[in-house]
Design a binder for this molecule. Structure first.
Ligand SMILES: [Zn+2]
Length: 189
């Protein structure tokens, strides 16, 4: 049985047993906040439960490293949509210690791409179009610095209202303990 078969079998039982009733909520978040955190599997549930958050409380975004690196990429767009269309008043950027993306070295990833059939020429073609894959895949040395930079990128976005606090947090993936790196209430206008 494939993974997809497993998932569909679980889904059939879930719907049939009406387990969805435990998850009933609506489109707007109870706590009026959007969280960007890392896609690390250790944070799947820990990232909300360690903060006392329940299903329906917040808008959740996940990506590798909890990073907003492009001002007009889909992560930044999601934050803006949350603020202007989904009743969100605060933004939280939450990185974590021992981040797999932070430690990522681009070179082995690129080698793996080549081993799986990506033509070496593709990297040159992309470079000529302004996309340096090595830089694009690069992680970060310090999660605190990365969170601070992403907070700054979001906070200074030309389309984000100055009244919206943008907080920066770092979570311990073992214990769930959170440290505040940037208190967004201190830089609202
Ligand atoms: Zn991570």
């Amino acid at each position: 049985m494939t993974l997809l078969d497993d998932l569909l079998q679980a889904n059939e039982a879930f719907v049939k047993n009406e387990e969805f009733k435990a998850f009933t909520t609506d489109k707007t978040p109870n706590k009026k906040a959007v969280f960007l955190s890392c896609m690390d599997t250790r944070l799947s549930e820990l990232s909300t439960k360690a903060l006392g958050l329940k299903n329906g409380d917040i808008k959740q975004l996940k990506n590798a490293g909890a990073v907003v690196s492009h001002p007009y990429g889909s992560t930044m767009r999601s934050i803006l949509v949350a603020v202007y269309a989904l009743n969100v008043d605060e933004v939280y950027i939450m990185g974590h210690h021992d981040c797999g993306f932070g430690a990522l070295k681009p070179e082995p990833v690129i080698e793996e791409m080549k081993a799986r059939g990506i033509d070496a020429e593709t990297f040159n073609t992309l470079k000529n179009s302004g996309i340096d894959v090595t830089n694009w895949l690069k992680g970060f040395d310090s999660v605190e610095e990365s969170v601070t930079e992403t907070v700054s990128n979001v906070k200074n976005h030309p389309l984000l209202a100055q009244s919206i606090p943008v907080h920066g947090l770092v979570m311990d993936p073992e214990t769930g303990k959170v440290d505040v790196i940037v208190n967004g209430y201190e830089n609202v206008k």
